[in-house]
Design a protein around this ligand. Structure first.
Ligand code: ADP
Ligand code: MG
Length: 342
């Protein structure tokens, strides 16, 4: 009898590695294949940067608290974020949906309203897709494409060097805590339908979860100041997990200074409300869609006036692994938890 292996034995990243390890690009036009935020393909005069992501009902979203308009918006944003994470501006998207009969035309119109709003806001064109049926629920797959003429301006996960400065845009943990609030209110509602959800106190956190934004401004700023991050990734799985991707692919280690990790007060307070350590939420909470990047120390002056960017650590030798320096002077190994969807 042939052996049957549970996908849980691999986890998401292990499974991707396992399934794709023997797939090696053969064409000289394939500059970056599997393994980064997006693939890079060389055309006659420029380079196409391509990324695809799938959102599945019950796994990535819950229609009981995620309005379809927001879901449409988010499905576009998370893909554009992967293109920005390559330091490239996205231009085109395709959207494919698999839907069960529980979705009415009106519901799908709402979904597309969100998709259209995001496309307008980020100045990308929706150029196609596919529509098919599903036995249960909805799956939504978006592909985003951007182009650049200058291959030297593309930032990969693999370019970090020892001594590089580690930076993050915006703040962390808010989207994860927004999700905790939504989950809590859902449980209360399921237990007693007369309890009205108490969401108004945390509108910012909930918005970070339901209607995230990709950091287009940071990429435009890099262009303005002629800065190319030595490596970059968008924070979709959590700071620890995404830093691990940079370190693994750049063959380096890194440390983060706990006190420098940006978190807004509202997120910290919500963490405490849930009896969680705020730093744990910042390190392991996903879906912030901030940009984690490294800089050559020679470029540090360039970001002096960049809004909403924080220096949180440094790239070190691989043998020093990944660590967190606490304000009390302790050093903890960083563990990447990532998301396990299985
Ligand atoms: P992100 O979180 O930035 O969207 P992922 O972790 O989803 O990145 O993917 C990492 C890399 O693995 C990407 O290059 C992606 O294209 C590739 N990948 C993921 N799933 C598959 C698959 N089923 N087949 C081929 N490549 C895949
Ligand atoms: Mg990514």
């Amino acid at each position: 009898m042939s052996k049957v292996t549970d996908v849980n034995e691999y986890g998401e990243f292990g499974l991707i590695d396992h399934l794709t390890k023997s797939i090696k690009p053969k064409l000289s036009s394939t500059i970056m294949a599997i393994g980064d935020d997006a693939a890079v393909i060389k055309n006659a005069r420029d380079y196409s940067v391509i990324s695809t992501d799938m959102l599945v009902e019950g796994i990535h979203f819950d229609v009981r608290y995620s309005p379809l308009k927001h879901l449409g918006y988010k499905s576009i944003v998370v893909n554009l974020s992967d293109i920005f994470a390559m330091n490239v501006v996205p231009q085109h998207v395709t959207v494919s949906i698999a839907i069960s009969s529980k979705y009415s035309v009106e519901a799908l119109e709402e979904l597309y309203e969100g998709i259209e709003t995001a496309c307008k806001f980020y100045n990308v064109d929706l150029v196609g897709g596919d529509t098919t049926s599903n036995l249960k629920g909805m799956a939504l797959s978006v592909t985003a494409v951007g182009t650049t003429t200058d291959k030297e301006t593309i930032s990969y996960r693999s370019g970090a060097k020892v001594g590089d400065i580690l930076c993050i845009t915006g703040s962390l943990g808010a989207a994860y805590l927004g999700l905790q609030i939504l989950e809590r209110e859902k449980q209360l509602f399921l237990s007693d339908e007369t309890i009205a959800p108490e969401l108004s106190k945390h509108t910012y956190l909930i918005e970070r979860q339901l209607k995230p934004e990709a950091n287009k401004a940071a990429i435009e700023y890099f262009k303005k100041i002629s800065l190319v991050p030595t490596s970059m990734i968008d924070v979709s799985d959590g700071l620890s997990s995404d830093l691990m991707h940079i370190c693994k692919q750049s063959d380096v280690g890194a440390f983060i200074e706990e006190a420098k990790v940006p978190m807004i007060e509202e997120a910290k307070a919500a963490a405490l409300e849930f009896n969680m350590d705020p730093i744990t939420c910042a390190l392991n909470g996903g879906e912030d869609y901030e940009l984690l990047f490294t800089l050559d120390p020679m470029d540090i002056e360039k970001i002096k006036f960049m809004p909403d960017v924080h220096i949180i650590g440094e790239i070190v030798d691989k043998k020093d692994k990944l660590s967190l320096h606490t304000p009390g002077g302790n050093i903890h190994p960083l563990r990447a938890q990532g998301w396990n969807h299985f």
